[in-house]
Design a binder for this molecule. Sequence first.
Ligand SMILES: *[C@@H]1O[C@H](CO)[C@@H](O)[C@H](O)[C@H]1NC(C)=O
Ligand SMILES: *[C@@H]1O[C@H](CO)[C@@H](O)[C@H](O)[C@H]1NC(C)=O
Length: 376
Amino acid sequence: MGIHSREPKCRRGLAMIVMIIFGSLLSVFVSPINDKRERKTLAGPSETVQGVMAVHSELLPEKKLSICIGNLLDQREFYYEKEKNGFLDSSRLISKTGPCWLRRYTVEHAVTCFDRLDSNRDKLETNPVLNRRKQLRFVFMGDSRIRQQFLNFIRLIPDYDKQSLPNPIPFHHHGDIEITSDILGVRVSFKWRPLINDNVTETIRQWAITDSPERPYWIFLSMTAWHMLQGYGADYQLYQKKISELGPLLGQLANVSQVIWLHQYPSVDFYGGIRASNTDIVSEKIYGYNKITRKILESLRTRIRIWDSSNPLVEEYTRDCTILKRDEKAKIGDPSVPMDYASAYFNCDDYIHTGYAALSQATQLLFNDICNSQME
Ligand SMILES: *[C@@H]1O[C@H](CO)[C@@H](O)[C@H](O)[C@H]1NC(C)=O
Ligand SMILES: *[C@@H]1O[C@H](CO)[C@@H](O)[C@H](O)[C@H]1NC(C)=O
């Protein structure tokens, strides 16, 4: 299966080094500010926003930035600023009203956020029936690209009584995953649905019309990439038809849940030691699929949100891959080192799965979108 045959295998030692190098690629340019702020914000979840702002303005005396609140996932409302040296400042976003800062979410912050989301739910939702739900339910539905986002999301859920099914989560798992914490009252699910099919439409329809405990509070979807594969027809017209059928149901669900459609990140078009050329899912093709998806979903005028504001992070990552001409081939096939999720997806030897350096920043952005309005 084309999309998975290129997933990387490598030795952990080298993996760590590459990860560190990559981690610094995105962070080094903002580190003088970020590092200080991060250390201070670790003070704990009880810290007030005013407190953090004071710390921030102390570091940037001329600019008193407020925390970013709003639809941070839509690039047309909030976007990363490119600095003069060409690198992104991942600690801030720019909106119509100027710059604002992004909180660096820790596990403690995430716990505070979940608690407040839970207690504020009756205020947030107009439908009184919904308050009967016991768990804050997040669903990530689609292919391995949204699985990556899911795996990064659950890293911020503390291990009080966290349960995982299956446990451990197999590498490259093509199946559903459930993470629950009764203490937090949180349930996060991954649903392996790489293609838009009858099962997906039927599931969304049921959630839209019935207020069951299965209905997500937030749902994140990504199921475009497999539609581009030759093995599944690579049929642009068919994809349009499918998304046009699913769209209205998602729109209906968006009246009672937060529905987020993840735009496809760019791919690494020349990857690995041999600089293999990926032909199935190239960035240009992705651009076309993103464009038509937005056109169709927006024409419905619903509350579905398209998430594309973290694309520049991934563009930065793929650019680095091209410049650095990384060769991870030597690591493939070493039986002494098991692959796991912690060390996977960072080494440019994989055209479709975005590196951790960019992905972890995208997860931070997501937590800022979900939580910032709760943290005051
Ligand atoms: C979709 O598929 C899953 C897993 O195969 C199954 O458990 C579920 O019942 C199906 N849902 C619908 C609505 O067909
Ligand atoms: C969402 O709710 C509004 C107000 O009740 C309604 O007018 C609209 O048709 C609903 N949208 C969808 C897609 O069901």
